[in-house]
Design a protein around this ligand. Structure first.
Ligand code: PLP
Length: 464
């Protein structure tokens, strides 16, 4: 780690950087990336085993993306939607909607996941108004869940910590329980608990008054808030049934799960009966090469808005040529290189390798996920599934130990540990079999070192 003045000039890093947490250790400075690897300025190599925050689907320094980006900048980087249509936007919309399939024939491009969430909420609301349903405005979602950092997204994210801080500044929307599969209320199996959660959705719609409920927003495969939660199959059909019965729009947040990561272009495609009305994408469609997000909806929905005066919403960078050209290269490369089936195959291998590691680990409680959107849950005891106390700072320690071993893992302690803590294992979709084995072995090493610390001379509660 660097001292504050070693190479950043007389002001040091901290003056220039906005730190998330002052007590956290300084991070190394990144120098360059290639494939699934990143190097810091000290020459140390790291495996990007979570694709950053589950974004860098193609790995680093992809030649096709670099070429497409340069070509588009030379042609035209930016031209406002006010004055021009642009080819890159049309081409990206064409490939994304083709891969998304029937019912999602229109795409609106924004600059990331939070903007996609805001756009989906506004699209749903405006559509309801065009249908003579102006009484509908409540957007239900799950607890826990994460749909972004902007205030509209805060209102629908099931996050007790964020609600406590920002709740008074927004209008928090009703939440229903997420169908967890690992730590369950007494007497439940994953299937009965999922049924209970689906029933809770219906009960909430009825209690709120169906004529006031606009949409239900959910992640079909969980992201950071639930650690790659995959509900039992039946849950998706039940949710669709309930939403249809009450004319509530079903919105899938595929910011993390979309763009091929789970072994299908949309995670929704694993459950064809779910048929979301609106889908959001981000992360994997820009793959770290540009800030990019999208909202997908049906032709009928978009036409209804267009006839009623158009979508009352936009951003300066919406559908800009440069981001769209990069997105088009990213999605084309994902398809042409067979990275979606690779995500499915490597996901299976990763799970098997992690299961082997789990046999000799006292702290790897659960392994879950789909394709290359996987998570491992960290527990104090595998039998009781008890979580480690906050003072252990388990996640922080594991990240540090991983980085010492050249392994980068994205992690979360959800609601101060109320729902557990986990590490996302979500390497770029270009990962090969040997690299999967290396990642699993490094995770094994890292967790073994952590367990040794728990038992050894470094007292629990001591920051590293
Ligand atoms: C499921 C989900 N939705 C929305 C977002 C917000 O995306 P962004 O950080 O690009 O605004 C995220 C980010 O992690 C996410 O995982």
């Amino acid at each position: 780690m660097h001292s504050s003045t070693d190479r950043y000039g007389p002001y040091g890093g901290p003056v220039q950087l906005f730190y998330l947490n002052k007590s956290a250790p300084r991070r190394p400075r990144v120098e360059r990336g290639e494939g699934i690897y990143l190097w810091d300025t000290q020459g140390r190599r790291y495996i990007d085993a979570s694709s950053g925050p589950v974004a860098v689907n193609l790995g680093h320094a992809n030649a096709r993306v670099i070429e497409a980006s340069g070509r588009q900048i030379r042609k035209v980087a930016y031209a406002s939607r006010m004055f021009f249509e642009n080819d890159a936007n049309a081409e990206l919309a064409e490939i994304v909607t083709r891969l998304a399939g029937p019912g999602l024939e229109r795409a609106f491009f924004v600059s990331g996941g939070s903007e996609a969430t805001e756009s989906a909420m506004k699209l749903a609301r405006q559509y309801a108004i065009t249908q003579g349903q102006a009484s509908r405005w409540k957007v239900l979602s799950r607890n826990p869940s994460y749909h972004g950092g902007t205030m509209g997204a805060v209102a629908i994210s099931g996050d007790l910590v964020s609600e406590a801080a920002f709740g008074p500044m927004t209008r928090l929307m009703p939440k229903v329980p997420a169908p967890f599969t690992y730590r369950l209320p007494v007497g439940h199996t994953p299937e009965t608990y999922a049924e209970h959660c689906a029933n809770a959705l219906e009960a909430t719609i009825v209690r709120e008054g169906p004529e006031t409920v606009l949409a239900f927003f959910m992640e079909p495969v969980g992201g950071l808030a639930t650690g790659a939660l995959v509900a039992p199959d039946r849950y998706h059909a039940r949710v669709r049934e309930i939403c249809s019965r009450h004319s509530v729009l079903l919105i899938f947040d595929e910011v993390m799960s979309g763009a091929g990561r789970t072994g299908a272009f949309l995670a929704a495609q694993h459950w064809p009966e779910a048929r979301p009305d609106i889908v959001t994408l981000a992360k994997g469609i820009g793959a770290g090469y540009t800030p990019l997000g999208a909202v997908l909806a049906s032709r009928a929905m978009v036409d209804a808005l267009a006839e009623a005066g158009g979508f009352m919403h936009g951003f300066t960078y919406a559908s800009n040529p440069l981001s769209c050209a990069i997105g088009h290269a990213v999605v084309s490369e994902t398809v042409d290189r067979g990275l979606i089936p690779n995500a499915a195959a490597m996901g299976t291998r990763l799970r098997e390798r992690l299961e082997e590691v789990q046999k000799s680990s006292g702290v790897m409680g659960d392994i879950r996920g789909k394709g290359l959107l996987m998570a491992i849950e960290i527990v104090a005891d595998r039998d009781s599934k008890a979580i480690l106390p906050a003072r252990t700072m388990a996640i922080q320690r594991i990240i540090e130990l991983g980085m010492e071993r050249g392994l980068l893992l994205y992690s979360r302690r959800t609601a101060n540990g109320l729902f557990g803590e986990w590490l996302m294992v979500a390497p770029p979709l270009i990962v090969d079999a040997q690299q999967v084995d290396t990642i699993a072995a490094l995770i094994g090493d890292t967790l073994a070192a952590f367990e040794k610390q728990l038992k050894g001379p470094v007292a629990v509660g001591t920051s590293l």
